[in-house]
Design a protein around this ligand. Sequence first.
Ligand SMILES: NC(=O)CC[C@H](N)C(=O)O
Length: 321
Amino acid sequence: MVKTITFDQLKTAVENAYAACKDLQGGQNAHYIPYLANVDSGLFGISVCLPDGRVISVGDTDYRLGIESVSKVHTAILALRQQGAQSLLEKIGADATGLPFNSIFAILLENDHPSTPLVNAGAIAACSLVEPVGNAEAKWKAIVDNMTDLLGGAPQLIDELYQSESATNFQNRSIAWLLRDYDRLYDDPAMALNLYTRQCSLGVTAEQLAISAAAIAADGRNPVTGKQVFDAALAPKIVSLMATAGFYQHSGDWLYTAGLPAKTGVGGAIIGVVPGLCGLCAFAPPLDNAGNSVKAQAALKHLMNSLSLNVFSNTHYELAG
Ligand SMILES: NC(=O)CC[C@H](N)C(=O)O
């Protein structure tokens, strides 16, 4: 069934989701990264970007937040662009782990590949895959350029976050060297880890993240700049990765209740994609025990449910007016 939805209906739904969730309590800031522990936990915003480039924003959507694991989506797109879908499947994988984002156990269990570029192991492997191999600065430029194209504007490194994370990322160091031992890194391990840590420390706004999600919803075309960033055939690949592992051990529960392929980060942002209709981002720093923002989850669920939107349903929405 095809239903139409107007811009005003969408705007009202965003405003209602914001109002319904803004006083929600629960969760705590990422405590294992000192910079994030000290971010104002009252920040909250929602942005939705449409394939025609219009953006609906409520709340703190121009605050420069730490992108953290949401960056795994952008760099997975870069790896898909450079390597193609089949190579990404063989070199990293597209599976769920059912385990936390920094799980070493997941690597031990599935030692033929790191499972998915959307957990730490696979994201470090994705950074190792980025071309040109062996050249840290050129790889970093490729990562930032790709992200800039997706966001429709440049991300900015939050140096304090980068220092904070580099000084405390002991578990990620173990992951990088374990992957190296299994021959599942495709460049220098320390370099790949450093690129991963730097990309997680990029500062972006919720509005920029919604635009990047809308580029996925619009078959690879950034709706604000009009630039075709990646091949349309890759869009379902990245959406399937998000659906499978975007919420780590809670991915199934999330899909079941929200009907939205989405990806979270410990900076408090969540991006979601409704193919053909819109890209979404909700942001609030306090997290649940899996590292997923409590308020952003509630806001996105509210928004999806209030419009009866669900990517698995037989109802497909088209934007009118
Ligand atoms: N889930 C996340 O956002 C984790 C990202 C963080 N940089 C880490 O590696 O621990």
